[in-house]
Ligand binder design. Structure first.
Ligand code: OGA
Ligand code: NI
Length: 374
């Protein structure tokens, strides 16, 4: 069933050489930065254009069948879970994760003013002069820091975006030199946001386990003591060709869970389901939760890791802040025993260090979730 979806991922087959081994070519940077093109209203070069057979950003839907809204305060303690509202919310959680793989979370306990602050420190950082931002640049061979996506091949379709990617946990692995000091409260706000999102993720793990009749800690114990949490601030500038250029190409997240704070006013995220792209409307105080590949594996394919993308617009910039958590890299993860039976045989093998597995698959031109299949 998934094969029909995965062509959307545009996995770079051309990174395969004749012998089938991966070649990582680092292509020189383009003449003009996204920021320059956006400010001057210049036509982007073809490297940013979707290939012919890609779906254009315009043919998307605001579904009548909307992405569900879930009140997670009803899932957060055993007393609320055993109430009637809690039981219903748990069923709703299960059905949305098996169909959409995502939902909009309300009742998460974070105040609107705090969420505004998280967006604001991101916007302030991005508004700094280029030289100031580049103090926090990603190293050519690194992942963390400020910049665009690494360009690994000439045929790669480029994203119209900038990112600031930082690891928050384990705390002893923070690279503080890449954490902006301007605005001055950036580090403090991100640290506090990370702590709060972790609590939400823990509530979700427990509720997800419960919804599948598993022991409460089934998911969290697979993540290990030194689970990883990363933050990605995404900045999307206005783009003169929203009909041809995406902010982020179609992808599924490699995470366990992703919690996304969307821009308060500007929409852009879309999720793929039933052969259509669905817009994810802005709900300013909600957090978009989507599952990543590793939860699809652990749930033996019951829960979905949805394919999603971000479209551009010609007028406004958009910011979003994604928080990803992942199991400890050295820990082997795999489908939960309780979710394997004759009717639903084991779908995936055990994997570890999904981050490098994911990267290697893309280099080889194969879909990670497909390669993890038995
Ligand atoms: C991501 C992502 C969506 C958005 O960072 O993986 O899908 O709305 N972001 O920025
Ligand atoms: Ni994503």
């Amino acid at each position: 069933m998934y094969h029909c979806v995965y062509h959307l991922l545009g996995i770079p087959q051309h990174t395969l050489n004749m012998a089938g081994s991966p070649v990582a070519t680092v292509v020189p940077p383009l003449a003009q930065s996204v920021q320059e093109m956006s400010m001057n209203g210049n036509e982007p070069p073809p490297q940013y254009f979707l290939k012919e057979n890609s779906i254009q950003p315009m043919d998307s839907f605001l579904p009548s069948d909307l992405i569900p809204i879930i009140d997670i305060s009803l899932l957060s303690s055993s007393s609320s879970l055993s109430s009637k509202g809690g039981e219903e919310e748990l069923q709703k959680l299960k059905s949305t994760l098996t169909s959409w793989g995502c939902f909009q979370a309300v009742g998460h306990g974070l105040s609107s003013s705090f969420l505004d602050k998280v967006r604001e420190v991101g916007k302030q950082f991005f508004a700094l002069p280029v030289e100031e931002k580049e103090k926090y640049s990603r190293a050519t061979d690194g992942i963390e820091g400020y910049g665009n996506d690494p360009i690994l091949s000439e045929n790669q379709v480029l994203d119209w975006s900038y990112r600031l990617f930082l690891r928050l946990q384990p705390v002893d692995q923070r690279k503080l030199r890449l954490w902006p000091e301007n605005p001055t409260e950036f580090r403090e706000v991100l640290d506090e946001y990370g702590t709060k999102v972790k609590i939400i993720m823990d509530v979700l793990f427990k509720a997800m386990a419960k919804s599948l009749n598993l022991e409460e800690n089934s998911f969290s114990s697979q993540f290990g003591e030194r689970a990883v949490m990363q933050a990605r601030f995404n900045f999307y500038l206005s783009c003169p060709r929203p009909d041809l250029v995406l902010g982020v190409k179609p992808h599924s997240d490699r995470s366990g869970i992703t919690v996304l704070l969307q821009d308060k006013e500007v929409e852009g995220l879309q999720v793929f389901k039933d052969d259509k792209w669905f817009r994810v409307p802005v709900i300013p105080h909600a957090l978009v939760v989507n599952l990543g590949d590793q939860m699809q594996i652990m749930s033996n394919g019951i829960f979905k890791s949805p394919i999603h993308r971000v479209v551009t617009n010609s007028e406004r910039m958009r910011i979003s802040v994604a928080m990803f958590n992942e199991p400890e890299p050295e820990k082997e993860i795999g489908p939960m025993e309780g979710l394997i039976d004759e009717k639903r045989p084991r779908l995936y093998r055990d994997v570890k260090n999904y981050a490098s597995f994911n990267f290697e698959c893309f280099q080889k031109g194969v879909v990670p979730l497909e390669s993890a299949k038995i």
